[in-house]
Design a protein around this ligand. Sequence first.
Ligand SMILES: [Zn+2]
Length: 521
Amino acid sequence: MKIDTPSAHVAERPLRRLALLALLFVLAACVPPAPSLIVTPTAAATATATPAPAGEPAQPPAEPDDPAVYTAALRPEAADEAALAGLTRYRLDVTVAPDLSRFGGSADIRYTNRAGAALDEIYVHLYPNLWAPVMQPGRVEVDGQPVTPRWQRGDFVLGIPLLAPLAPGAAADLHVLFDVVVPEEGVGNYDELAFKDGVLALTHFYPTVAVYDAARGGWQLDRPALQGDVIYHDVSLYDVRLTTADDVRAAATGVELARETSPDGAAVWRFGGGPMRDFTATLSREYEAAAETVDGVTYTSYFLPGDEINGKAAPGIAAAAVELFEAEFGPYPYRELDIAATGTTAGGIEYPGLIVIARDLYARPAGDAGFEMVIVHETAHQWWYGVVGNDQVNDPWLDEALAQYSTYLYFAARYGKQAGEAFLATLDRRWERVERVEKPIGLPVSAYSESEYSGIVYGRGPLFFVALRERLGAERMAELLRRYYAANTWGIAHPAEFEALAEEVAGAPLDDLFDAWVYPP
Ligand SMILES: [Zn+2]
């Protein structure tokens, strides 16, 4: 989820900037400064890098129900395979105040009942209220009729009553007006939704339909802990209109379909994309950008003045990670991957087709392994969290520990065995900081203290995957992850399914391994 600074064990805590920087440098000293860790572009990236077509829309604006609005974000081969039918469709129309201090607008959500039983209500999360009561819903309608929603879980969940039971396969249209005052600096989880360092991070900022899982009690409404990632979403389709001041630059999930200037001089952006597990944008008047296109994917880095060295290195790192993870796990589906600096107190946070990196990390020297680790970890989340979803509140190990294991594969493949072992040593040190307690890695976020969440899920967690590889052998481990990725593309995976597949690939029971590492006794 949000919390990842592989080299900076502590960056997952909401530390003040100076403390964070100091700790990051301490941690960087733990990474062997071997020449093998110096960043150099890969041969493939060098050979095929071309400048991004600046300002050119991916597709011309299309009619609202044109599937091209959604598939525009997909690489052609992924667009062929993506099943869009039945996915929740969001049309967001949001206006951001010129000073970036508040925003508001409407969410039109077409929800198709895939629950297998009739539904009387649909639940939406109002994530901004997790941090502070900053989000106020206005008028709520169902199929054009005003309704009175019910608050659940404080002001974090809204239950929207339907006019009549919604049969399986039938769809309802929700219309929700909302207004958000952007939280002040320092509020809540990692300052994820905030205006800091001149950047407005618009994250989990709109009413979001909860996951319905009949096998696990229906609507999944657990309130997230004050650490870790907060969201648990189905992949959905997005058609987003964003109105901002004309001098603002935006990084966003999906692709930019159009950018026009309104009669009063505002910029009106249209973004489309899907299947995606969320829609996120970061806005700043100060952003500079650098882009390169490798193998049909455009990597654009949005960074702040003074951060040019690492800002310009970011696309090459992300491209190298995507190249490796495609070879290891399967294809990256989107045409773009943006890397954007924000004021988050986590090292980085993952979103579909967009990763944000803590602005502080850009101050590190050229070729810094810690900066590289964060980009690689967040890029790995495109596979684990993005395409293959999981319950990030209750099963954080499925994406976090796998993202860490993937980062290990990256360092070993790109810089050699010694660099891989150096990364494994950082995992071991994370675990060491909680005295190598053999706490299961498979618990909900709320079951861990702050230090345990880092030490167990990010430290012991990836070491479980290393142990699993020792049991299976490298070849079958690679087969397991490829099959896991293919079988759960655009879906939500659960630990039992991962274990069952691992046992199938192993051709033998693995209870002893899962009991020793993953599950509580
Ligand atoms: Zn992570």
